[in-house]
Design a protein around this ligand. Structure first.
Ligand code: 5GP
Length: 121
């Protein structure tokens, strides 16, 4: 699959500083910030700074340094949010079937309440 990145998506604007965000963590290649419409007491989005649409796109084209930085950033957010003890959920929606709203790779870190089963049906 070939990915075309839309540089006008909302997370690209956040990365360019055109839209404010509530930053939780910034590293060389990644940014984590609070979701504007939280679905749980802790709801943080972790994105790579590079122009990647989905996890698959990132896995195919990102450098090793970007991948290591991103995976470590997701883990660090889990620790920083204090979610490691009670459990958390990582979600990364991709494409139409998953109703991906923003076409820039993001992992949702959700925690702070019982999260139910993975899928409702
Ligand atoms: P998706 O459905 O693409 O997996 O999730 C996109 C997420 O981005 C949603 O949870 C939505 O609330 C969040 N979001 C959309 N626009 C903004 C924004 O401008 N700022 C922040 N912090 N989150 C946003």
């Amino acid at each position: 699959m070939t990915y075309r990145y839309d540089s006008e998506n909302i997370f690209a604007k956040i990365l360019r500083g055109e839209i404010p965000n509530d930053t939780v963590l910034e590293t060389e290649h990644s940014l984590a910030f609070r979701d504007i419409q939280p679905q749980a007491p802790q709801h943080v989005l972790v994105i790579p700074k590079g122009a990647y649409v989905t996890f698959d796109h990132f896995a195919q084209e990102a450098s090793d340094a970007e991948i290591v930085d991103y995976v470590r950033a997701v883990g660090e957010v889990c620790r920083m949010e204090g979610v490691a003890d009670d459990g958390w959920r990582l979600i990364s929606n991709a494409g139409e079937a998953a109703i991906q709203e923003v076409p820039h790779l993001h992992v949702h870190v959700l925690a702070g309440r019982p999260l139910g089963r993975m899928l409702s049906k």
